[in-house]
Unconditional design. Structure first.
Length: 332
């Protein structure tokens, strides 16, 4: 369909979001969720007299011009991205709640494709699924129609947006509204991914006994998520995570490193291109782990380095060739 045609659908959706906001006095994301639910169900939801009869008529007139069925998977995801980006412009959204950019998702998918030997019918788990952009990007990029995705998040707004993303793109994904530290129904995953939230986990009692939990005070949520991810993997399975570039430099890093050395192989840590981050302190990297057991082994040497600028095609392709060579030398 292309960007111009997607924008023709995007614009009336934004107009209906504005209409709903004015009538119901909710924020952008709540109005977007209601709008998309109306479009997907074909009915205008009414609660406590809102939207009014007049506004319902306005909405129905706008909805009649919107054909979501005309979108293919790629265009449906592009539409959802544009709608989310508009929300980030008008609402103050913390970085942990923003969607993973496509560029990062594509690099994660590339590493999976090059390094991970997935079975024909693989289970891919995202423990911090957010809006599901990372999980859907990975599923779209991988050339395997039998993959099944599972996403976990404890934020009901983000998970509802993820559900809309999944429905629009018809992605093979199941979503679970829960704290990732609670028991998870999806075990023995073939691959675990995630762009994990950075910060402290607030419920100390719940994570007592976890190996990456701090002895005093709050534990780092992203450390706990890594431990939980490894727990959910089958033996020999891989984990590919987007995390702070200074992951092993924090005051709790020793706990994490001890855990990884005991239960997994640290196969790689690749800094993402600096140009993707406005602030150097916010730079992220891709952590590559393999759970011990099965046919797993430590790659030699550990895959370390930094992705070059995306604008430098020659350097970037050379870096990808180095990753290919590392895979061939270690995991034929």
């Amino acid at each position: 369909m292309g960007l111009k045609e997607v924008e023709k659908i995007y614009q009336p959706i934004i107009e209906t979001v504005d209409i709903l906001q004015a009538d119901t006095q909710v924020d952008y994301f709540d109005a977007l969720i209601e709008t998309m639910d109306n479009l997907l169900t074909g009915e205008v939801q009414v609660e406590a007299g809102h939207p009014s009869v007049e506004v319902q008529a306005q909405l129905k007139e706008k909805y009649a011009t919107i054909d979501l069925d005309a979108l293919d998977k790629r265009d449906a995801r592009l539409l959802m991205q544009l709608l989310l980006l508009q929300g980030y412009r008008v609402e103050k959204i913390q970085a942990n709640h923003q969607m993973t950019p496509d560029t990062i998702g594509i690099l994660v998918a590339y590493l999976i494709e090059k390094i991970v030997a997935l079975p024909a019918q693989a289970k891919i788990l995202d423990l911090g699924v957010g809006t599901a952009n990372l999980l859907v990007t990975v599923l779209n990029q991988l050339k395997n129609s039998n993959l099944h995705g599972y996403g976990v998040d404890n934020d009901d707004t983000l998970l509802t947006l993820a559900s809309i993303m999944v429905n629009l793109t018809k992605a093979p994904v199941e979503l679970f509204h829960q704290d990732a530290m609670d028991p998870i129904l999806v075990n023995e995953a073939d691959l675990v991914i995630g762009d994990f939230p950075v910060g402290y986990y607030p419920i100390d009692e719940k994570v007592k006994g976890m190996e990456t939990a701090a002895q005093e005070g709050h534990s780092y949520a992203h450390h706990l998520m890594i431990e939980k991810a490894v727990t959910q993997m089958k033996a020999g399975a891989w984990g590919i995570f987007v995390l702070p570039a200074g992951l092993f430099e924090s005051k709790q890093a020793k706990l994490l490193l001890n855990y990884v050395q005991e239960h997994a192989y640290l196969q790689g840590m690749l800094n993402l291109p600096q140009e993707l981050f406005q602030d150097k302190a916010a730079q992220k990297a891709i952590l590559i782990l393999q759970k011990k057991g099965g046919q797993s082994k430590q790659g030699q040497p550990i895959l370390l380095g930094s992705f070059p600028s995306l604008k430098d095609n020659r350097a970037f392709n050379q870096f990808l060739a180095q990753i290919d060579a590392w895979k061939q030398a270690n995991f034929k």
